[in-house]
Design a protein around this ligand. Structure first.
Ligand SMILES: [Zn+2]
Length: 68
């Protein structure tokens, strides 16, 4: 079994409750893989924050629809 380390806390990624041990996408923190707890505590809140920021940016960009 290949042991993958979390790119955020550097701990070995343990399987999730459903048996998945491949970790989670750590973006936008970095381009690696992270463990379940970092995904919940760090990655997901950061994604939400970026999403909200993006929304605010679009709000001030009236008239210009820019989809990435
Ligand atoms: Zn971690």
């Amino acid at each position: 079994m290949k042991k993958t380390k979390c790119s955020i806390c550097k701990e070995i990624i343990l399987p999730d409750l459903d048996g998945w041990d491949g970790g989670h996408n750590a973006e936008p923190i970095n381009s690696g893989i992270c463990c379940g707890s970092c995904n919940t505590r760090v990655v997901t809140p950061t994604r939400i924050m970026l999403y909200v920021k993006n929304k605010e940016k679009r709000g001030t960009n009236n008239g210009q629809k820019k989809e990435s």
